[in-house]
Design a protein around this ligand. Structure first.
Ligand code: BGC
Length: 433
């Protein structure tokens, strides 16, 4: 018999339907190495907005994007590049948690901002420490499982001045931060992500030179990569010792990398190499110290010739990224074959779509991709949409709109649930039936 909802029963009853955020992108009022960088670079970013490069194999400049006329006004305004008041999530978090409930989500991923709890070297800010305790407890009171993220690229300025993860010796500061987190929250956390997307951080900050500290240095890239791995391993060990019930993982950025011309030797070779470098290098070095395998999915990238990216021209999202949401399925299968039986959680997945034209389609395709993987026995435990709220998209600033909920920063940060999010909420309920 045909059923209206083929997905029923595939998703486990305790599947974590969540949304994902990061502290610097929503809180407002932060002061870390990114804040300093934004203030220094806002005018230059605005001036060069048209010439900047979208992450796309088709468009080489932002002003070549079909939506340039819509975004230009914001993209050419220096204020776009300053995180400033964020979306005031630091103060409005209770209101935002109520939105989660409205959207039928049962889990939430958020960051603890290191620069808030240790604004000066070795000095803890008690108010900030208490803030995150209340925050976690408020989520739990609402029956929402917290997924705590410990490092999403931002660090206190005093640490950035000492070279951050460039120096092995600086790991002592990370250890002290982790010990503090373990002491303060070890007993109340459930799921913990240690590090977000180490491959993105290292390549944007140390090879492409686009993000602070804007270096292009392969040696530093290696140093930082190994130190981040060590940081992860320490956090895993320490937190597990504090509370063996914690479920700890990472949020890796993995792409569905495919050969443009299947069976073409060169294309297949480039694909294999890219998969290894981008997807599996960090993965293999951290897999052992993970209770779950977390990854963020945004991209299906096609490779041809000698490492040349060649994506289809459509469909694209507001940032010009080629969209293939169903690419989540082959990627899930590839991850599962390397997961050694560990549960998998999709820790981020989403798109910038100011007009909400594609979001519902994207989510629907993603659900289908997850159902296919579940039906083949993949132990998938959660899906976190990026993002709950419109937020600060790093060096692209405020104009890309990733939120299930729209935020009008010019009008008292008013929150409005987007139609696709309403649909998603209903879908979640149906999948639970
Ligand atoms: C990051 C987020 C970012 C999102 C969209 C992920 O790579 O973890 O911070 O906003 O992608 O670009």
């Amino acid at each position: 018999m045909e059923t209206e909802n083929p997905g029923t029963k595939l998703f486990p009853a305790d599947f974590m339907w969540g949304a994902s955020t990061s502290s610097h992108q929503v809180e407002g009022g932060n002061y870390n190495q990114w804040t300093v960088w934004e203030l220094e670079h806002a005018s230059e970013l605005a001036k060069n907005a048209a010439k900047r490069i979208p992450n796309s194999a088709v468009y080489t400049r932002f002003d070549q994007l079909p939506n340039w006329d819509d975004i230009k006004h914001e993209a050419e305004d220096p204020n776009n590049y300053i995180s400033g008041r964020g979306v005031d999530h630091y103060n409005r978090y209770q209101e935002d948690f109520d939105l989660l409930k409205k959207l039928n989500l049962n889990s939430f991923r958020f960051g603890i901002e290191w620069s808030r709890i240790e604004p000066k070297e070795g000095e803890w800010d008690q108010e900030a420490v208490d803030h995150y305790r209340n925050y976690i407890n408020e989520l739990k009171e609402r029956g929402v499982t917290p997924m705590v993220n410990l490092w999403h690229w931002t660090m206190p300025t005093w640490l950035a001045e000492k070279g951050g993860f460039e120096k092995r010796a600086n790991l002592k500061y990370w250890k002290r931060f982790i010990d503090k987190v373990a002491d303060e929250y070890g007993g109340i956390m459930h799921y913990v992500i240690t590090i977000n997307e180490p491959n993105v951080y290292t390549s944007f900050s140390y090879i492409l030179g686009l993000w602070p500290p804007q270096k292009r240095n392969p040696l530093l890239l290696l140093n930082v990569s190994w130190n981040v791995i060590k940081a992860h391993r320490y956090a895993y060990k320490k937190l597990k010792k504090t509370n063996p019930y914690l479920k700890i993982g990472m949020a890796q950025q993995l792409a569905n990398i495919q050969a443009k011309r299947p069976h073409n030797m060169l294309d297949e070779l480039s694909t294999k190499l890219m998969r290894y470098v981008w997807n599996w290098w960090f993965f293999r070095r951290t897999r052992k110290q993970q209770d779950f395998i977390g990854f963020n999915y945004y991209f299906t990238d096609y490779y041809t010739g000698v490492m040349e990216r060649h994506d289809p021209a459509v469909p694209i999202n507001d940032l010009g990224w080629y969209m293939e949401p169903e690419g989540l399925y082959p990627l899930l299968m590839r991850v599962w074959s390397r997961a050694k039986g560990k549960p998998i959680i999709i820790t981020e997945n989403g798109l910038p779509d100011a007009e909400d034209k594609y979001r519902r389609w994207w989510i629907e395709e993603s659900i289908v991709a997850m159902e296919r993987a579940l039906s083949e026995g993949v132990n998938l435990r959660g899906y976190y949409h990026w993002s709950l709220l419109d937020n600060f998209e790093w060096d692209n600033g405020w104009w890309p709109k990733f939120g299930l909920v729209e935020v009008d920063r010019a009008h008292d940060m008013k929150r409005t649930i987007r139609p696709s999010a309403k649909w998603f909420a209903e879908r979640i309920e149906k999948l639970k039936e």
